[in-house]
Design a protein around this ligand. Structure first.
Ligand code: ADP
Length: 439
């Protein structure tokens, strides 16, 4: 029951009492009847009043509980507002600060009592105030603005910092603009990370450019070296074959040395050219069907004398039903030569074992194991990088320029295969090449 209805009921009882009082001058019989009737009506009215009173009390209790809940919610909101990790401010339409939480006071390095009533623009560096004012004017037309990046100038003791402001319009229940609610976030570390990222991207671009120039230079230099070297080799071979009768053994030996060194140099130049072609995606595979076991056997035979010079055993173990695959035989041979010559180069005792297996219907495996010096674990991830050598000292025992594995790796990738290595220092290494049967 509401108060209006309760008042109505009291008015009705009052009017009824007035009516009875007005008729008290009439006959005694009527008076008695009226009195009885009045008593009855009074009892009913009292009863209704009692019910009404009960209802009112109940409503009062509900109101008290609701009030307590509202107070609780308000406290909760206040606590959330106060202890939020981000700074919150409420300003009026002139930008005067009306409310501020703890984080905001910490960010602006000022106590709450000093912050309240201050214009927010006081915390914007001079040179950015004009832009801030313009933006503030535009704010009344928009309901919300996210991530407005600006510099904030706290009170003495803290440096200017990068902040992100998110602003929401505050209106009264009629929609009239009252001010704005500001979320203030310190984005110094985000800016620093972004700056770092930008500089890394820049470095990356520079690095790419350096790599491009390096590859181009390698290609040009190799080309320029190859032409005169081929003529040195050609003429030396011609000398040796056509005029061998004219030379005393000592001279013959010298010419043979020129040829050997020339061939060695040519191989290095060819490697550099291959690498630069692979880097620039200029190398294409010449695919054909081939017998993998035959190719491996022939390559091992070519290198056998190298192994024998060091008393190493070279063993092939083929366990493959169908050895026919489709690949580029010259390039596959090149991969194998690079792995085998490394295995021989870095092994002093024991041997080199080559295995050919069928991994599944569509893939074959080629393994080159040695019992050599092994590779430290920390180096394993890098050894396929160009010019990477475990021993980078100037007094290296082993020859080479660090391109063999880089070329093998790039070639195997071109063949849609993978190359992996396992090694134990002092015990040996195993290079495993997985290839598709058909590229
Ligand atoms: P290079 O042999 O010309 O130095 P590679 O690219 O072929 O260059 O090999 C890179 C490096 O990886 C070698 O210098 C060597 O340190 C290491 N390495 C490669 N193969 C083996 C191996 N079988 N045993 C030990 N170390 C190896």
């Amino acid at each position: 029951m509401n108060l209006e209805k309760f008042g109505q009921q009291i008015e009705e009882v009052r009017q009824r009492g007035q009516f009875l009082e007005n008729r008290t001058g009439e006959s005694p019989q009527l008076q008695e009847n009226l009195l009885l009737q009045a008593l009855e009506e009074l009892r009913t009215a009292l009863e209704e009043l009692r019910v009404a009173e009960e209802e009112l009390r109940e409503q009062n209790e509900k109101l008290t509980i609701a009030n307590q809940q509202v107070a609780l919610e308000r406290r909760r909101y206040q606590e959330l507002f106060d202890f939020a990790p981000d700074g919150y401010l409420v300003t009026n339409t002139d930008g005067k600060i009306l409310e501020a939480n703890r984080a905001a006071t910490q960010l602006l390095n000022i106590s709450k009592s000093f912050l309240i009533d201050k214009p927010l623009i006081n915390f914007i560096p001079e040179q950015e105030r004009r832009a801030f004012r313009t933006q503030l004017l535009q704010l009344s037309d928009i309901e919300r603005m996210q991530e407005w990046e600006i510099r904030l100038q706290p009170r003495k003791g803290r440096h200017t910092f990068d902040a992100s402001l998110s602003v929401t319009t505050v209106r009264d229940h009629k929609g009239k603009l009252l001010g704005w609610r500001w979320l203030v976030r310190d984005i110094t570390s985000r800016k620093q990370v972004e700056e770092k990222l930008r500089s890394i991207q820049l470095q990356n671009l520079e690095l790419q450019e350096v790599t491009r120039i390096k590859t181009q230079m390698m290609s040009v230099v190799s080309h320029e070296l190859r032409t005169p070297l081929n003529s040195i080799l050609g003429f030396s071979q011609l000398l040796l074959h056509r005029y061998h009768n004219l030379f005393v053994p000592e001279l013959k030996d010298m010419i043979e040395r020129i040829i050997r060194s020339g061939k060695h140099l040519l191989a290095l130049i060819e490697n550099m050219l291959d690498f630069s072609r692979l880097e620039r995606n200029r190398l294409e595979l010449n695919l054909q069907e081939l017998n993998l076991v035959d190719l491996v056997t022939a390559t091992i035979e070519e290198l056998r004398c190298l192994g024998e010079q060091k008393n190493l055993t070279l063993v092939l173990h083929a366990n493959i039903e169908n050895p026919r695959i489709v690949n580029d035989s010259a390039r596959l041979r090149q991969v194998l030569v690079n792995l085998l010559s490394n295995a021989i180069k870095f092994t002093d005792t024991g041997g080199v074992f080559v295995e050919v297996q069928q991994l599944n219907q569509d893939q074959v495996v080629l393994m080159v194991k040695d019992t050599g010096i092994g590779i430290p674990e920390s180096e394993l991830a890098h050894i396929c990088q160009e010019f990477w050598q475990v021993d980078r000292s100037t007094v290296r025992k082993h020859s080479g320029i660090g391109l063999g594995l880089a070329i093998a790796d790039k070639l195997v990738r071109l063949m849609n295969g993978t190359i992996t290595v396992e090694s134990n220092l002092g015990e040996g290494s195993t290079f495993r090449v997985e290839l598709p049967r058909q590229i």
